[in-house]
Design a binder for this molecule. Structure first.
Ligand code: B12
Length: 295
C-alpha cells in the first residue's frame, strides 16, 4: 500500500477535479504534508478519513492500493442494511478472501465504525460458521480458514488507521491456554481506531506477561479477551491480582469475550466487564477523557 498520495491521485481515486482537491487541502478540509520541494502530499490514512467522513465514492480504489474493493460488484456487494453478515458468511465459507476483505473494507469506507463491523457482520458470520459444522473435520478447516481471512481484513483496516496522536497505550491479549486469535486482534483494532497505540499480545498470554507489558509501555488500558474455558476461581484470583497491581498507575482493566460472559468478576475499582466492542469503545473514550482532564 502507498504511504502518501498527490492531490491528483486522490482526485482521480474519488472522481473529482485536482483543483477541487487542492482547494479543500488549502481550506484544511484535508490535511496535507509538503515535500521538500513544497508539493502537497496526502497520507493514505488521512485520505481514508476524508473518504469516510465526506461519504465520497471511491471510483478507482487501486490508486489507494485497495484493489480488494474491485472484487465487489453489485452482485457481490452488500446492497441492503443487514445484508452484510449474510454476504460475509458466504465469502468466508467459500474461502473467498479478496471479497471478504473487500466487503469489510467497503463497510469501513462507507462510514461504519470498526466496532460496529466487528459486533455485527464479523461476529455473526463467525458464529454461524461455528454452528454449521459443530467441529467435524471440515468445520475445523473452515473455521481456521475463516479466522485467517478475518485476520487479514482486520490487519488491512489497522494499516489504514491514522497513527496514534497521543501517548495513550493499550495492551491486551487472551489468557494462557486460549488459542483464539480474532477477538484480541479486533479489540486492538477498535482501540487503535479510538486513537490508542494498541499492543496486541494475542492468544495464550500469561497474566504476568500482560503485567510486564502494561508496565513497560506505561499502558492506560489493559484488555483481556476470554474465549476458551478457564478455571473460574483461578481466573478471578489472577484477574483481580492483575487489576490490583495496575491500580496504582491508574490503569483500567477491561475483560470481555464469549467465556467472560459466564464468569463472575471480583469487585475492583479499575476492573470492568464489557460485552461488545461498542462497550470497549465507551470504556476507551472514558479513559481518554479522564487523561485529558488530568493533563
Ligand atoms: C474459529 C473458532 C475456533 C478455532 C480458533 C482459531 C483461532 N486460532 O483463533 C479453533 C478451530 C482452534 C477452535 C477450537 C475449538 N472450539 Co471453537 N470456534 C471458533 C468460532 C467459529 C469463531 C470464534 C471467533 O473468532 N469468533 C469471532 C469473535 C468476533 O466473536 P466473539 O468471540 O463472540 O467476540 C465478540 C464478543 O465476545 C466481544 N469480545 C471479545 N473479546 C472481547 C474483549 C473485550 C475486552 C470486550 C469488552 C469484548 C470482547 O466482542 C466480539 C465482537 O462482538 C466459534 C463460534 C463462535 N460462536 O464464536 C467456535 C466456538 C467458540 N468453538 C467451540 C468449540 C466447542 C471449540 C473446541 C472445544 C472444539 C474441539 N472439540 O476441539 C475447541 C476449543 C479450543 C480451546 N482451547 O478453547 C464452540 C464453543 C461452545 C461452547 N460450549 O461454548 C463454538 C461456540 C462453536 C460452536 N457453536 O459449537 N475454534
Amino acid at each position: 500500500m502507498k504511504l502518501t498520495l498527490s492531490p491528483k491521485e486522490l482526485a482521480q481515486a474519488i472522481g473529482v477535479s485536482e483543483s477541487s482537491l487542492k482547494r479543500w487541502a488549502d481550506k484544511g478540509v484535508i490535511e496535507v504534508t509538503r515535500t521538500a520541494g513544497g508539493h502537497r502530499r496526502i497520507p493514505v490514512p488521512e485520505a481514508i478519513r476524508f473518504i469516510r467522513e465526506s461519504r465520497a465514492t471511491l471510483v478507482d480504489p487501486r490508486i489507494l492500493g485497495l484493489s480488494d474493493l474491485e472484487t465487489l460488484d453489485s452482485e457481490h456487494g452488500a446492497s441492503t442494511i443487514g445484508d452484510e453478515a449474510e454476504q460475509l458468511y458466504r465469502f468466508l465459507v467459500a474461502g473467498d478472501a479478496p471479497r471478504a476483505r473487500g466487503l469489510i473494507l467497503s463497510l469501513y469506507l462507507g462510514g461504519e465504525s470498526v466496532a460496529s463491523i466487528c459486533d455485527g457482520p464479523v461476529r455473526e458470520a463467525m458464529h454461524r460458521i461455528g454452528e454449521l459444522w459443530q467441529h467435524d473435520p471440515s468445520g475445523v478447516f473452515a473455521e481456521h480458514r475463516a479466522t485467517d481471512i478475518c485476520l487479514q481484513a482486520l490487519n488491512q483496516l489497522r494499516l489504514t488507521l491514522p497513527a496514534p496522536q497521543s501517548e495513550m497505550v493499550a495492551v491486551g491479549g487472551a489468557p494462557a491456554g486460549d488459542p483464539y486469535l480474532l477477538p484480541s486482534l479486533i479489540a486492538a483494532t477498535v482501540l487503535a481506531a479510538e486513537g490508542f497505540a494498541a499492543v496486541n499480545l494475542g492468544p495464550d498470554t500469561p497474566y504476568e506477561t500482560l503485567l510486564v507489558a502494561a508496565r513497560e509501555h506505561r499502558a492506560r488500558l489493559v484488555w483481556l479477551s476470554v474465549s476458551s474455558e478457564v478455571d473460574a476461581r483461578a481466573f478471578n484470583r489472577e484477574v483481580k491480582a492483575l487489576a490490583q497491581e495496575l491500580a496504582g498507575a491508574g490503569v483500567c482493566v477491561v475483560v470481555g469475550g464469549r467465556r467472560a460472559e459466564q464468569l463472575s468478576l471480583a469487585p475492583a475499582d479499575n476492573l470492568y466487564r464489557g460485552h461488545s466492542m461498542g462497550e470497549l469503545v465507551a470504556f476507551a473514550r472514558g479513559v481518554l477523557l479522564g487523561a485529558g482532564r488530568r493533563n
